[in-house]
Design a binder for this molecule. Structure first.
Ligand SMILES: Cc1cc2nc3c(=O)[nH]c(=O)nc-3n(C[C@H](O)[C@H](O)[C@H](O)COP(=O)(O)O)c2cc1C
Length: 330
């Protein structure tokens, strides 16, 4: 079973950190759908140490979400350590994760995110400084390298281990690839063979069968699922069940999709207020409705909703048009 430091997970299925997605509202859903560990969206170290209210709000963890991993990112050792100390003392997160994978220029140009992948010594220094400063276990999420000429995943993971990091998650793409191409699972296998700490595999796990294949082919300790769970928390539940029993549970029905979309919206409204939730729900609703007949039409109507009341009504009306047994078309 997956164990990170003293924290034991009930299974090997992990919700990936996703900015703008993995707040309490979605994480609670992921938890109800069985995820063994949920990761929060990345939080800027400087926002934490300057006590920016919006940043501090992102540190909220509901007890029901635990075990939870909270990810921070930053460019300087001092700010990263200070932010990690704040998270250590002031939140009920179980794990502090350091982002070494974010490819966006806004982050890499500040020497944060995937920029560090070019320098195993810097990784060692940063992780060791954070590990020394906090009590909670520290982990790292990284990409396989910066570009095809700089694939240092093995050395970087070894640096994390030497520095006292308790686990490493590897996304099998380079920074330059962003989200293009295919994730390289062989490098994940190589990392697993090179370190003693738990390794979590990530990239292109789209179906429960993919998850099993990643575990079998790479020997990793856990599988991390990102885009496959967008509007589709059933992916988490079905993967947990498939890994447990070898039997693939059915896909959700259209009604189930609409119902969970509504629950998601209600939880997002509690967290952010109806107006912001209505805006943010547009992308989630598009993901929930993907593949449903009339899903496109519903998505367009949701994009025009100005209030939470309107949005709920669109979902209620759509639900009434569905046959009891209607299943998604994909
Ligand atoms: C919308 C979105 C937001 C993301 N935000 C983060 C983030 O905050 N921190 C992080 O380490 N990775 C982030 N990622 C990367 C994912 O955690 C994951 O590594 C990547 O999507 C590959 O996994 P997948 O093929 O299962 O989606 C994000 C990905 C997406 C699609």
């Amino acid at each position: 079973m997956l164990k990170i430091g003293p924290i034991e997970m009930k299974n090997q299925v992990i919700l990936a950190p996703m900015a703008g997605v993995c707040n309490t509202a979605f994480r609670l859903i992921a938890k109800r759908f069985g995820a063994g560990l949920v990761c929060a969206e990345m939080v800027a170290d400087r926002g934490i140490i300057h006590h920016n209210q919006r940043t501090l709000d992102m540190l909220y963890v509901d007890e029901r979400e635990r075990p939870l991993s909270l990810q921070i990112f930053g460019g300087s050792r001092e700010t990263l350590v200070q932010a990690a100390k704040y998270v250590d003392k002031n939140t009920n997160a179980d794990i502090i994760d350091i982002n070494m994978g974010c490819p966006v220029p806004k982050v890499t140009k500040c020497d944060a995110g995937s920029r560090w992948l070019l320098d195993p010594d810097k990784i060692y220094e940063m992780v060791a400084a954070v590990v020394d400063a906090v009590d909670k276990p520290v982990t790292v999420k990284m990409r396989k390298g910066w570009d095809d000429d700089h694939i240092y995943a093995v050395r970087n993971a070894q640096a994390v281990e030497r520095a006292g990091g308790q686990a490493v998650a590897v996304h099998g793409r380079t920074r330059v690839q962003m989200y293009e191409g295919v994730a390289d699972w062989d490098i994940i296998r190589q990392v697993k063979e090179s370190v003693g700490i738990p390794v979590i595999g990530n990239g292109d796990v789209r179906t429960p069968v993919d998850a099993k294949r990643m575990l079998d082919e790479t020997g990793v300790d856990g599988v991390m699922i990102g885009r496959g769970a967008l509007g589709n928390p059933w992916m988490l539940y079905r993967t947990v069940k498939y890994l447990e029993s070898g039997v693939l549970p059915p896909e959700p029905t259209a009604k189930e999709k609409v119902d969970v979309c509504r629950i998601h919206f209600d939880q997002l409204s509690k967290l952010k207020g109806e107006h912001i939730a209505s805006m943010e729900m547009r992308k989630h609703a598009a993901w929930y409705m993907k593949g449903l007949s009339c899903g496109n039409e519903v998505r367009k109507r949701i994009n025009q909703c100005e209030t939470g009341e309107e949005l709920r009504q669109v979902l209620i009306d759509f639900r009434e048009t569905l046959q009891p047994e209607a299943a998604p078309t994909v």
